[in-house]
Design a protein around this ligand. Structure first.
Ligand code: SF4
Length: 201
């Protein structure tokens, strides 16, 4: 996969794009970009593994229910993240043709990528990149979602081996909606941060 070509494709679709050789370099860059403001995070193993929450929390007001509230304060924390000026999310898959795919359960993450923030950063690691939209949807459904279900201990058929999606009808199903960006949303400020490393789901 050619990062230079992908950057050009994404810029042609209206996104700002920054590229980094490692998660540490990306973290340093983002730490310098976002200062003294409110920040929301969507659920993401990539962001967690980068340590970005800890870095930004030192000089911003950061809301992320994964870190700070899992009990009674959960709803308020989600609303705080949704109201933040800057929002961070990873993606389930990015096509080399430019489409961005995410699956969501409650809708908080996907909803925040669609609207409501002054600036959206989408952090994408190398292993999320596939050739086309069909491959991106396949990856989101059959790689990212089963691994997340397994990590979360869900009672779904995919959680046993995280091998594929069984299109289950389980009450624990985490796949409730699919988001596809064909190009940068009108009027939105979206920066895609490409990292040439494998991590996250
Ligand atoms: S639809 Fe069900 S089986 Fe398929 S990935 Fe989602 S939770 Fe797993």
């Amino acid at each position: 996969m050619d990062f230079f070509a992908l950057k050009g494709t994404l810029e042609g679709l209206g996104y700002a794009v920054s590229c980094f050789a490692s998660a540490d370099e990306a973290c340093d860059y983002l730490d310098g970009q976002v200062d003294g403001t409110t920040v929301g995070f969507g659920g993401s193993m990539t962001l967690d593994q980068m340590g970005l929450f800890e870095r930004l929390s030192a000089h911003n007001e950061v809301a992320w229910h994964h870190k700070s509230h899992k009990g009674p304060g959960l709803k308020a924390e989600l609303q705080k993240a949704h109201a933040a000026r800057v929002y961070f999310s990873s993606v389930n898959a990015l096509a080399e043709t430019g489409e961005i795919v995410n699956i969501d359960n409650t809708g908080n993450r996907v909803g925040s990528t669609w609207y409501g923030h002054e600036k959206l950063f989408l952090v994408v690691r190398r292993n999320k990149i596939v050739p086309d939209l069909a491959g991106a949807i396949h990856r989101a459904r059959n790689v990212a979602a089963p691994r997340n279900a397994q990590r979360l201990g869900k009672k779904t058929p995919c959680a046993q081996k995280a091998d594929k999606c069984y299109d289950c009808n389980s009450p624990d199903r985490i796949c409730r909606g699919l988001s596809v960006f064909w190009r940068c949303l009108a009027g939105a400020s979206i920066e895609i941060v490409l990292i040439d490393e494998d991590l996250g789901y």
